[in-house]
Design a binder for this molecule. Structure first.
Ligand code: AMP
Ligand code: ZN
Ligand code: FE
Ligand code: FE
Length: 302
């Protein structure tokens, strides 16, 4: 694969006549986004997107609904999820694409990640209580109303209860790394995450590498079976997309991109702000076919 000509400093490499492009990194209220799958699909339709992928944190529950909504709008849908993983202590986010949403082991593992997330919310509430902040974990769970609660839900609950003025303030004072209610998140090892994604017939893509400062380990992840690199992302600015396109070409990785829209969770909805040209979606589907034709490695315990 050779790097396609891109306009550096652009988050998209759409050529004239290439249509509306794809947004392959989106969250709904099945994790910490604020849109339903139907709202997200409808917005994508209005923006003229030709393909969308749902990548909720540790959840594939919204995929069936989003798939139906996209189908009704003539938008290609790719099922997905975002897993928090680590390699030698370095956090990386892995996107699984084309995941089989009824896959028993994938559902079992997601259930474990979700249970750990709930314990983490309880621990954050306990730490807040020690600081004299009377937030109940149950309040967070009621507000989140999903199986994959996280810090944004804790932040929103603090605002709802009048204990913080804004979610930003909640992160600044209590929830961000190093603050008193910060609790580290469980991370599956990168090789186990990639193997799990493959077992569920998906492709494993490294999300927003620039955000995790993990460029040095990308070749190692490629050796573990990584299939693609998210070159285009809202926070990949300036020459970053081009830099990652070249790296993807060198390592023979597929190219993806998406906005990482969380709805109104963090300011304005980002959906459609990153548009992956359809030719990369086609290449991603080729990569899926190539992987499907390879023998499956034996399943690993995590
Ligand atoms: P968690 O997965 O529970 O650790 O939460 C991570 C999520 O919190 C990510 O989606 C972050 O983008 C989000 N986040 C980080 N800082 C903030 C902030 N200041 N306001 C809202 N969300 C944030
Ligand atoms: Zn999120
Ligand atoms: Fe992420
Ligand atoms: Fe994300």
């Amino acid at each position: 694969m050779s790097a396609s000509p891109v306009i550096s400093s652009e988050k998209t490499a759409l050529r004239p006549g290439e249509g509306g492009g794809a947004d392959l990194h989106l969250h709904t209220l099945f994790s910490d986004g604020t849109f339903t799958p139907e709202e997200l699909a409808e917005r994508g339709g209005r923006l003229g997107l030709v393909a969308m992928a749902l990548t909720d944190h540790d959840s594939i529950e919204g995929c069936a609904r989003m798939g139906r909504a996209c189908e009704g709008l003539g938008i290609e849908f790719i099922s997905g999820a975002e897993l928090t993983a680590e390699y030698e202590g370095r956090e990386v986010h892995l996107l699984g694409y084309f995941l089989e949403v009824e896959h028993p082991r994938l559902l079992g593992e997601m259930g474990k990640f979700q249970a750990v997330r709930k314990d983490r919310v309880r621990e954050m509430a306990a730490r807040l209580n020690k600081l004299g902040i009377p937030l109940r974990a149950e309040t967070v769970f009621e507000l989140a109303n999903c199986h994959s609660p996280g810090r944004p839900h804790v932040g929103r609950a603090l605002v709802l209860e009048g204990l913080c003025a804004s979610v930003d303030e909640a992160f600044e004072k209590y929830l961000k790394k190093g603050r008193p209610a910060w609790v580290p998140k469980y991370k599956i090892s990168s090789d186990a995450a990639i193997a799990l994604i493959h077992e569920a017939h998906g492709l494993a893509v490294l999300a927003h590498p620039a955000l995790n400062h993990c460029d040095q380990i990308i070749p190692t992840l490629a050796g573990q079976g990584l299939d693609g690199l998210e070159c285009f992302h809202t926070r990949h600015t300036g020459a970053m997309p081009e830099y990652y396109l070249q790296m993807a070409a060198r390592l023979n990785l597929a190219v993806t991109g998406g906005s990482d829209c969380h709805g109104y969770s963090k300011g304005k909805p980002l959906i459609g702000g990153v548009r992956l040209p359809a030719r990369y979606v086609d290449k991603l589907k080729d990569a899926r076919r190539n992987r499907a034709s390879q023998p499956q490695p034996a399943a690993k315990a995590t």
